[in-house]
Design a protein around this ligand. Sequence first.
Ligand SMILES: [Zn+2]
Length: 506
Amino acid sequence: MASRALLQRASGRGALHRIHRVTVASTVYLSKNFSTPNNIENSRNSSTSAKRTKELSEMSEEEVSGLKVKEDRLMRDLHETCEWGKGERWGSAPTETGMSRLSLSDADKKARDWFAQTTESLGCVVTTDFMGNQFAIRPGTKDGPPTVAGSHLDTQPTGGRYDGILGVTAGIEMLRTLHDNDITTSFPVGVVNWTNEEGARFPISMVSSGVWAGCIPLSHAHDLKEVGTGTATMKSELQRIGYLGEVDCNHETVPLAAHFELHIEQGPILEAEERKIGIVQGVQAYKWFTVKVRGADCHTGTTSFSHRADAMLAAAKMIVYSHRAAAKRGALASTGILQLKPGSTNTVPGSVDFSLDIRSPDDHIVEEVEKDCRVAFAALAAGDNIDGLNDHFTPSSKSCEVSWILDTHSPATKFHPDCISCVESAASSLFGNDTEALTKPMTSGAGHDSVYTSKRVPTTMIFVPSRDGVSHNPVEYTRPEDCAMGAQVLMQAVLRYDIRRAEGKV
Ligand SMILES: [Zn+2]
């Protein structure tokens, strides 16, 4: 039903859609029709007297570097789209609110409609797949999969205006700049809006790029139930808002040549070092565990320290130990969930479960921290004095037991050297001699859709500064000039990839 609604909506948009719909049966981008839609040919023919289409491959390095995004237009797009799903207010200016645009909500539908209409008006063909991922593709002079800028338009329930939204609107600013300057790339280029990246409403983050990459089964994703008391699933909500799409969600059905993602850093490093662009080398590895500590419940008033098996006290030592084990290896260890039973002021808890999240750019270091913690936690549960954690404690005749459950393992992601090199040369086209001072090679601390795209196609990311390193919060903020610099580097990186591809260098 809903997909018919989508087709009806799409059919109002003219010839491009009709051309597109007859070509989606197999690989979308390899169709002849796709690479040369009629309206592009027509606009080229009809506008030859007014302005000549420039081919990117024939432009000099200076001309390419001279192509500039427009800061005011980018920020207008970003803030206009933030009218849909506005969140908590934190300042008095009209744009000083956070965002609450949960995936596949009515507000998300409006942002999606805007994405489709805007990119179609810029000469793109928009394909929506079975996960609602939107691929807006602008033809090049040759056939082939597109080089894309991708990110997401959904937000956390108390999120900000920049996480994901900047990456998509910067991609659209790239399309506007190419359109304004009447430039044709050698191969298609485009922008992707990935569905439910945040995992806030449907509880797997990056789920739709995960399905596209073949790492998560489509049926599993479709069956995901929304968090909370509602009964909606991803599939039912995709149908309800008319975004179930017309092609399979699959890297073979909708292939890409390369994926570039501009994102806010979500950390404090660029701001603290007064740098403008993070050149992201990869995403750090992480392992998530549930650690279960079992002792014995007992009365807090009648049981002496020397007769307790205090699961909470043991867990507290373990959490402190995990911090030390990670810190001495330059890794991170964190506990975000703590459940203790029975949960009574005058009962020593006999049962504690806590989460343990271990991260490092290096898989081996994550393994080392885990191994170290497993040995130490067992000893701490038994009552041994490990790393001075029993100093000044009363020894007990009773001990606890500890067990581990592995919840998630995400190995380190290394981004592609060809894409990283394009970002480096894009940054130096903007900063010249100041490139080294204003950029920094970085590892992403958080997961992104680029983690999944990197499993199938050359991928990298570009970071811009986050004020105070804050994200997933209404006050999340990146200065307009920093957003524009990120968008400029994004566009230049995509164009450089296209140029190198045409030269057979990537
Ligand atoms: Zn994001």
